[in-house]
Design a protein around this ligand. Structure first.
Ligand SMILES: [Zn+2]
Length: 352
């Protein structure tokens, strides 16, 4: 800085300037020209200047153009003392927050086409980056799906408490657990008009949506009814233990949830059947099922355990089991053909 002032002073004298003692008029620091030459836009340079010191700005000129430099410095985990590490590890096509994550956590990686498509996948989650790297599969979609839904981990390991603050979007599965005493606070009794069994309960909002669904179905000539909705922890426990005795561990874990892990405990899920039937056997081949395939999402319900998604949901195909998530989430899940596990990881847990 001192050197610049002296140079300016001389320039001033040579130009016949008499007011040498006042501060120099604003001049463009030399790094600006260099950054422009590297490919940085005026807008980016200005934004960088707000975050970095003169010295750090000057450092940037020693590296090639980093297209995601703004993403890097605006990342919540950006560490200014690692600036040069980020710059020296940048490769074209890299995702800025992914690079910050790799450097901050000292993760060793090989940057190639596969890693580039992982980083730029629409459902990429930076905190899962190390697990994507560790999961062996050729197909990037599979890697993203499996890790985001936690199925790279063994069932019933690393169990977290279900985040109840997510309301109708809360999740429970083989990795998220409800407390033993958790009961949905808005349970109401389902009218016999909508249920093949009496005394069944459902969350009020889900029930109102289910009534609309059933009524709309009737208008189209199908008769959908509830068969089994809310189940308490202890009820689920008895059910699970019964299956375990009769069918063994593997079968039981495929078709029945361990207590605390059942969607039926949330009050937001129900098994359906055709009117008057006490079983959902063969439900897949009914007009009612075909109608639900096309229409359930319009009322906020999703088919929770689809046929081709058992590796992600952790459950066998259950054409009868529906979960209320609200119209917005149900529509997205329907239109993008994803599971609730994936939707939850990307949109609910992340709060995008
Ligand atoms: Zn069910």
């Amino acid at each position: 800085m001192k050197k610049i002032l002296v140079v300016l002073g001389i320039t001033c004298l040579m130009a016949g300037c008499t007011n040498v003692s006042t501060s120099p008029s604003p001049t463009t620091p030399p790094y600006i020209e260099e950054l422009r030459a590297l490919g940085y836009t005026e807008e980016t340079i200005q934004a960088l200047q707000e975050k970095l010191t003169e010295e750090q700005m000057d450092k940037l000129t020693e590296y090639d153009y980093v297209a995601v430099l703004l993403d890097i410095i605006n990342d919540p985990d950006f560490q200014v003392e690692r600036l040069e590490d980020y710059l020296s590890h940048y490769e074209p096509g890299m995702n800025g927050s992914a690079l910050v994550y790799l450097i901050n956590n000292n993760i060793s990686y090989t940057y190639n086409e596969k890693l580039a498509s992982i980083m730029n996948h629409p459902y990429f989650i930076v905190k899962n980056l190390e697990r994507y790297l560790n999961y062996e599969a050729e197909d990037v979609n599979t890697i993203i799906q499996v890790v985001n839904s936690n199925t790279d981990r063994e069932f019933y390991t690393q169990i977290q408490a279900t985040d109840l603050s997510k309301g109708i979007l809360l999740i429970t599965n083989k990795y998220y657990q409800l407390e033993e005493d958790y009961v949905n606070e808005d349970l109401v009794t389902i009218d016999s008009k909508y249920s093949n069994r009496s005394g069944q309960k459902l969350n009020k909002e889900a029930y109102q949506a289910f009534q609309k669904l059933v009524d709309a179905g009737e208008e189209d000539g199908v008769s959908i009814r509830n068969l089994s909705a809310y189940r308490s922890y202890s009820y689920q426990n008895n059910l699970y233990q019964g299956y375990l005795k009769d069918h063994g561990q593997e079968w039981t874990d495929k078709w029945s949830a361990r207590p605390g892990h059942s969607e039926h405990q949330t009050g937001l899920a129900l098994d359906v059947a055709v009117k008057g039937q006490q079983s959902f056997d063969g439900f897949e081949n009914t007009e009612e099922f075909a109608w639900l395939q096309e229409n359930a999402y319009r009322f906020g319900f999703i088919l929770r355990y689809p046929e081709n998604k058992t590796a992600i949901t952790g459950y066998g195909y259950e054409p009868w089991h529906y979960r209320y998530v609200g119209v917005e989430a149900a529509t997205y899940i329907y239109e993008h053909d994803i599971t609730f596990e994936e939707y939850y990881a990307y949109f609910v847990e992340q709060e995008k």
